[in-house]
Design a protein around this ligand. Structure first.
Ligand code: R5P
Length: 292
């Protein structure tokens, strides 16, 4: 291991220089991957825009029934036409999402804690690679706790999933978890996202922060950004706008869509920012008009 006392703080991220190894593929860091991986990544990231609107409704894996997601069978079919990817557990997908839906699938494969635990950082890999293949998952999502008590076991989980994914050409989505004791600083997110990318994740999910462009520049795979706790619609659209302007490859939003009083219109407004280049102001005007 390097002597960490001798390591200088990184400072030159060349934020205005595009990623140098895109080749002829539209997903950052994926140029050298094989056809099967690229096929899955193309179901996640639109080849026309290079971006994605992922809709996360995997909250039940540790929160149980959540406000806005009481009836997955009723909510998901209404939203599915407006999002590129459904991010969920296998239980939610098999029971409530018709296989005829053509969305990409981000399958959550770790679990192990619940709202009743103080420390959520201890998880296991709960889904076999064979089941991810059976479900035709386009990526496997692994919660990863850098700097938390469960760091070692979550990196072990992540490594196992990445290794299995490489064997069968299924990308791994590393999810940066933020524990109660961690600060949402660019320093933390640069550390966590880079560790996950260097572990071999093909996609990393993280949060927006100050100096976000530097977090993006330092991570050699696409970043998708969680929405986090419910915000007023205008603020949530500004968040989406800022992350796209900052270089994220998309959003992976949950509560800011499904807890909106108008989830379909909210998903459409987010989509307009991510894929059509609307500003937050223009997207909010669309949302306001559509919900009159
Ligand atoms: C968190 O670990 C889960 O993966 C959620 O899917 C994620 O936080 C995104 O949902 P939200 O936008 O509600 O934060």
């Amino acid at each position: 291991m390097a002597d960490k006392d001798g390591i200088k703080v990184a400072k030159d991220y060349h934020v205005n220089e595009p990623f140098a190894n895109m080749g002829d593929f539209h997903v950052k860091g994926a140029n050298a991957l094989d056809w099967g991986m690229k096929k899955h990544l193309s179901r996640i990231f639109d080849p026309q825009t290079g971006k994605t609107v992922m809709f996360a409704f995997d909250h039940g894996y540790f929160m149980g029934s959540t406000s806005g997601l009481e009836r997955l069978d009723l909510v998901i079919p209404k939203l599915a036409p407006y999002v590129d990817v459904l991010m969920a557990t296998r239980g939610a997908l098999r029971t409530c999402v018709p296989a005829s839906f053509r969305n990409g699938i981000a399958l959550r494969v770790t679990s192990g804690s619940s709202m009743l635990n103080d420390d959520l950082s201890h998880e296991v890999v709960a889904v076999d690679i064979e089941d991810a293949i059976r479900m035709n998952a386009d990526c496997m999502a692994v919660q990863t706790f850098i700097g938390a008590d469960g760091q070692l076991s979550s990196i072990d989980n992540l490594s196992r999933v990445i290794n299995a994914g490489l064997k069968y050409s299924i990308p791994t989505l590393g999810v940066v978890a933020v524990g109660k004791e961690m600060e949402r600083t660019d320093r933390f997110f640069k550390l966590a996202t880079r560790i996950l990318a260097e572990m071999g994740c093909q996609i990393v999910k993280t949060y927006y922060c100050d100096n976000f462009e530097e977090v993006v520049a330092a991570c050699p795979v696409p970043l998708v950004i969680a929405g986090g706790k419910k915000l007023p619609e205008k603020e949530a659209l500004t968040l989406a706008y800022n992350v796209i302007r900052g270089g994220a490859a998309g959003v992976d939003m949950g509560r800011n869509i499904f807890q909106s009083p108008h989830p379909v219109e909210m998903a459409q407004a987010v989509r307009k920012i991510v894929h059509e280049g609307l500003t937050d102001k223009e997207a909010y005007e669309f949302y306001s008009e559509a919900t009159k």
